[in-house]
Ligand binder design. Structure first.
Ligand code: ASP
Length: 667
């Protein structure tokens, strides 16, 4: 509990530090917990001796530590003190951030979750003194836990770099509540992500979270969630409902985490509460939300975790605009931004064609276009392009870079960083490049390419909207690979040309995703979002029995090139749902077995409904300016799914496995 003390009425007394011979007015709390107030004049030599003794012990502060456990209260938070409190007597609790013995006068910074404040041994010349304060202060080491009582005073030398830098606390008593009895793996006050490896930070997460930056990330996360809850509840009347964690598989497309049970069967941890939230709509809840934990066993990357949190939302009797409006309001509340609504929208087809990505970063330009039609008309003889055009689902695309002078040929040739970026993204030929001549009608560049494009140069320049001097980067091959590679190249060029304004905010809805994506390896269709997504009404009307080419009423929210959320309108009739299962190759029996409960609920009068989810980890990462979602999750896992702090996952004992009718067969 925190109590706030009123500022003292007395005029502030600015202390005068005397190095040699000082008089203290202090009240020190002893080991036994009693408080003594004494007056002493201390000679500097005496103090020096005392300090040496203290620092030679392995944990000098230990001698001053309370013998018994105590649970003291405080009257103020360290980071909240300011000039307004000058003259007030306060009690603070926290960790010693730094201690400085300035040869005659001791200072320490004491830190709690709100910030830090400087404490100093007192020198009130007109009253009693206890040299114990100085001894305790000089014995303190980083991360000792203390309670300090004293009076707030104005500093003679202010430090405007810290929030409380205009004041300090003149100590009257210090209780050492706990000491550090093990070498610290890193300094809390001066370490950052560059000086300490992530492995060490994750192993010592307790200390890592004590760093003000990490503490601030957690607070920003809390704050964002609080604001999301508020807008959903106060403005839209949503109701939070918890759904099971031990469940049956849900079809978000990733591998499930299974939890064996003693019945011999397995639970699956939910990849999202998708089916439960839809069933809540059938129940008539009307507006559901949940800050929900989701579990997906997929290959992990910097912005993925095996378990993550999403704001999960579902609502009845509304359309896509209604759902997107709520999602926008939630985003604006969480981010504290005041952007114009509705956010920009772009169809999936346009995003893929112009940016090669379904989550384009629109903080910068650099657009691309497909030139298959032009090359086919001109019967290009350039072998890589000709070969690509002979293949199915293949393309030749060109990316236009305006300020091409900054991109040297060396970067674009084999082994150059842009060429290699394309290769790493799967483009066998890397990139081909040329520049638009001054006449604005022809190309300059490698002979083979320029000659191979002889009959199509003007048409390409016109379609790509290119100008004299522009750099043209071509990638050819399977369309999926071409898009992936050119998207990477686009980002690489934007960085090289410094095109990204760090303050820019680019929000975008990508809409009209295809219902299905063709899985070339497995030669079958799979749902682009999830199989409960409704088909576009006119596509459905045109061809209700073959939905493989239909668009979905699905939308993704993209923030500066990162997908932070998405959702869809849902199918709410059993007959339509069965058609979608059929399109992804699921038999009626399989559908019945896996999702019979949902199909059945649709037969009891399911309302039209839709929803969305926002990835809280990713959103907070962007809001905090963190580089990884691990920096905004209190206890995250590594990219191999391990918790370095608890060492999860752990080995189950033979007895535990036997209870589950399981046996370990691989060691
Ligand atoms: N369940 C979806 C997901 O987790 C979101 C939604 O469609 O509401 O991606």
């Amino acid at each position: 509990m925190t109590r706030t003390s009123a500022a003292a009425a007395a005029a502030p007394m600015i202390p005068n530090y005397s190095r040699k011979r000082r008089v203290f007015t202090t009240t020190a709390t002893t080991n036994a917990g009693t408080t003594t107030t004494t007056t002493t004049t201390i000679d500097e030599n005496e103090r020096q001796k005392q300090r040496q003794q203290n620092s030679s012990s392995s944990s000098a502060a230990e001698q001053f530590m309370q013998k018994n456990l105590s649970w003291p209260e405080r009257t103020m938070l360290c980071g909240r003190l300011s000039l307004e409190n000058v003259g007030a007597r306060v009690e603070i609790c926290g960790w010693v951030d730094k201690q400085r013995d300035m040869g005659g006068i001791c200072f320490a910074d004491v830190r709690d979750h709100s910030g830090l404040v400087q404490i100093v041994s007192g020198n009130n010349s007109n009253s009693s003194v206890d040299n114990n304060i100085d001894a305790v202060l000089s014995s303190l080491r980083a991360e000792c836990v203390v309670k300090v009582s004293g009076t707030v005073r104005e500093r003679t030398q202010k430090n405007m770099n810290i929030k409380t830098g205009e004041i300090e606390i003149e100590c009257e008593s210090i209780e050492v509540l706990n000491v550090v009895s093990k070498p610290l793996p890193f300094s809390i006050s001066s370490s950052d992500e560059k000086s300490v490896s992530e492995e060490v930070r994750l192993k010592n997460r307790v200390l890592d979270l004590r760093r003000p930056k990490m503490m601030n990330n957690l607070k920003m996360r809390h704050d964002a969630i609080k604001k999301m809850r508020k807008v959903l509840e106060d403005e839209f009347d949503f109701c939070e409902v918890e759904t099971p964690v031990l469940s049956r598989p849900t079809p978000e497309g990733a591998r499930d985490y299974l939890v064996p049970s003693r019945t011999g069967d397995c639970y699956a941890l939910p990849q999202s509460p998708q089916l439960f939230k839809q069933m809540l709509m059938v129940s008539g809840l009307d507006r559901y939300y949940q800050v929900a934990r989701c579990f997906r066993d997929e290959d992990l990357r910097a912005d993925r975790q095996p378990e993550f949190t999403q704001l999960d939302v579902e609502m009845s009797f509304t359309n896509a605009d209604g759902v997107m409006e709520v999602a926008e309001k939630v985003f604006l509340a969480a981010s504290g931004q005041n952007l114009e609504q509705p956010f920009r929208r772009m169809t999936y087809d346009e995003a893929m064609e112009k940016y090669g990505s379904d989550k384009p970063d629109l903080r910068f330009g650099l657009e691309m276009c497909t030139v298959n039609d032009i090359l086919l008309n001109s019967s290009t003889e350039f072998p890589p392009f000709k070969n690509a055009l002979d293949e199915s689902r293949s393309s030749v695309k060109v990316l236009v870079v305006d300020d091409s002078k900054k991109v040297s040929n060396a970067k674009l040739k084999p082994k150059g960083e842009i060429f290699e970026e394309a290769v790493n993204a799967g483009s066998q030929n890397g990139v081909f490049f040329c520049r638009v001549s001054e006449d604005g009608k022809t190309f300059e560049g490698a002979k083979g390419l320029v000659e191979g494009l002889a009959g199509s140069q003007e048409a390409i320049i016109a379609k790509a909207n290119a100008s004299p001097g522009n750099l043209l980067l071509f990638v050819c091959g399977k369309t999926k690979v071409v898009n992936t590679a050119l998207d990477k190249v686009r980002h690489k060029c934007a960085n090289a040309l410094d095109l990204i304004d760090p303050k820019a905010q680019a929000l975008l809805w990508v809409t009209d995703f295809p219902m299905f994506e063709y899985n070339e390896d497995e030669e079958r269709y799979e749902a682009c979002h999830h199989p409960f997504t409704a088909p576009n009404s006119s596509d459905y009307e045109k061809n209700p029995d073959d939905l493989t080419k239909a668009r979905a009423i699905a939308y993704d929210l993209v923030y500066n090139g990162v997908e932070i959320g998405g959702g869809s309108l849902r199918i709410y009739r059993r007959d339509v749902q069965e058609k979608v299962f059929k399109a992804i190759g699921m038999t009626i029996e399989e559908a019945e077995d896996k999702f019979g409960y949902l199909l059945e609920s649709f037969q009891y009068g399911a309302p039209p409904h839709g929803g969305f989810a926002i990835g809280i980890d990713r959103l907070v990462m962007l809001l905090c300016g963190a580089k990884s979602i691990r920096d905004v999750i209190a206890f995250p896992k590594t990219t191999t799914g391990q918790c370095l702090l608890t060492r999860a996952p752990g080995v189950a004992t033979a007895e535990q496995l036997a209870e589950l009718n399981m046996k370990r067969i691989v060691d």
